[in-house]
Design a protein around this ligand. Structure first.
Ligand code: HEM
Length: 393
């Protein structure tokens, strides 16, 4: 329990730290990686290069500090981040290391303004925040371990099939190399894939949504190939070009809480842009298998026909469903974008909508779904990339 004085210091200095947040976390990562280069096996270098992770961590620590009196207020955000941490295999013993370098960075950036009293207060507050994360993550690890065929951290999987879905998206069917089955997962969850690309010094980890309904023996991910010179594309280009059937990649257990509520039978709309279609495929197949009478709408936006994936899968699932409408909108074609009018004609505003795609697409879809009368709690979405929302939690 933090003393009242400590809490007051933390809350009153949080805005100062927030103001220097990006500078502090930039120094933090520089020094952290200099002292612990092994952590470069865990962090996404592309996010680092773009400063995205710096902002995410800074936001998270300050938001937690602002809510230090009632950390349960930010529990939903903690849970979302904890899913990511668990998927990455973050361990409790890494928290003090991050804490130490965060404190040192605060001191380095703020100089004399960071008095011993202020630093002590932040050290204590970090301890409380870290304990909250460690506790939530310990439960998640336990749950993952105790599931049938469950495991913690990474284990080798064999690529048993590689199937091209469009000009840019290829699916990889993955089975545990030890011959075991895979745990049941919820539609919308993702796995992490870890690879050591020849010629690279450090492993790289990326998250990919599972793109089919839960099956006992395999996972499927569907990866969009980014441009060869895009730092975000290093792993996707490697998977597309160099990983073939029979090869091995390391995989962590399913995680994430952008989930289809499978207990509902009310109307549901799946709305995706580009590779955001992947979690929607898992959700659609789950509805097709488990509640085929559920009124369902599946809208997808793609630039053109050659980039639209899963046309056959969608048709196949639709054949099993008694009440489905589906359509792909090509931005280069006569239909153009998914507009408010299109949403109004397809989507039942009394149901639920699941949205996934690039950030501008999601912002537009959420805005238009609200405009046609949906309430915020009926609209479910997941941004790919570092979560920025903790502040609003
Ligand atoms: C991701 C916060 C501790 C490693 C994140 C994200 C946030 C965050 C907000 C982005 C989540 C997302 O992408 O959805 C925090 C806070 C911590 C903490 C508040 C301490 C209380 C740690 C520790 C490690 C770690 C101890 C391990 C050394 C990572 C990694 C990512 C991540 C590798 C993925 C992003 C990337 O690779 O760029 N964390 N974190 N974090 N965190 Fe943490």
């Amino acid at each position: 329990m933090l003393s009242t004085q400590t809490r007051e210091i933390v809350k009153s200095t949080a805005p100062v730290l927030a103001e220097h947040g990006t500078a502090i976390t930039t120094v933090f990562y520089r020094n952290l990686f200099a002292a612990h280069p092994e952590l470069l096996n865990v962090f996404n270098h592309a996010n680092q290069a773009q400063g995205r992770q710096q902002t995410a961590l800074a936001n998270a620590v300050y938001a937690a500090a602002v809510h230090i009196d009632n950390l349960e207020n930010i529990l939903p955000a903690v849970v979302q981040i904890a899913h990511k941490h668990v998927s990455l295999g973050i361990k409790p013993e890494q928290y003090p290391i991050v804490g130490e370098f965060l404190l040192k960075a605060i001191k380095e950036v703020l100089g004399d303004a960071a008095t011993d009293e202020i630093l002590k207060a932040w050290e204590e507050a970090y301890g409380v925040i870290a304990a909250a994360f460690i506790g939530v993550e310990a439960n998640m690890y336990k749950e993952a371990r105790e599931q049938e065929n469950g495991w913690n951290f990474f284990k080798p999987f064999t690529v048993v099939r590689k199937v091209q879905e469009s000009d840019s998206i290829t699916s990889f069917y993955l089975q545990p190399a030890d011959g075991s089955g895979v745990p049941e997962f919820k539609p919308g969850q993702y796995i992490s894939v870890r690879v050591l690309i020849p010629g690279e010094q450090y492993t790289m980890i990326r998250q990919y949504s599972l793109s089919q309904a839960s099956k006992p023996d395999e996972f499927r991910i569907s990866v969009k190939r980014e441009a060869d010179n895009d730092p975000n594309g290093v792993v996707s280009v490697y998977l597309h070009k160099q990983v073939n059937e029979g090869d091995t990649v390391e995989v962590s257990a399913p995680a994430g809480e952008f989930l289809l509520d499978t207990t509902k039978t009310t109307p549901v709309a799946f709305i995706s842009g580009g590779v955001g279609i992947t979690p929607m495929m898992s959700m659609l197949e789950t509805v097709a298998v488990s509640s085929p009478e559920r009124p369902t709408v599946f809208l997808h936006a793609a630039r053109n026909e050659s980039l639209a994936a899963f046309g056959h899968d969608i048709e196949k699932h639709a054949l099993n469903m008694s009440n489905i409408k589906y359509k792909t909108f090509y931005s280069s074609g006569p239909d153009g974008q998914i507009t408010r009018e299109a949403l109004a004609s397809y989507v039942d505003p009394a149901g639920d909508a699941y949205v996934c795609g690039p950030v501008p697409f999601m912002e537009a879809m959420i805005r238009e779904l609200l405009a046609i009368g949906m309430k915020e709690d009926q609209i479910h979405y997941e941004f790919f990339g570092p979560a920025m929302q903790l502040e609003q939690a």
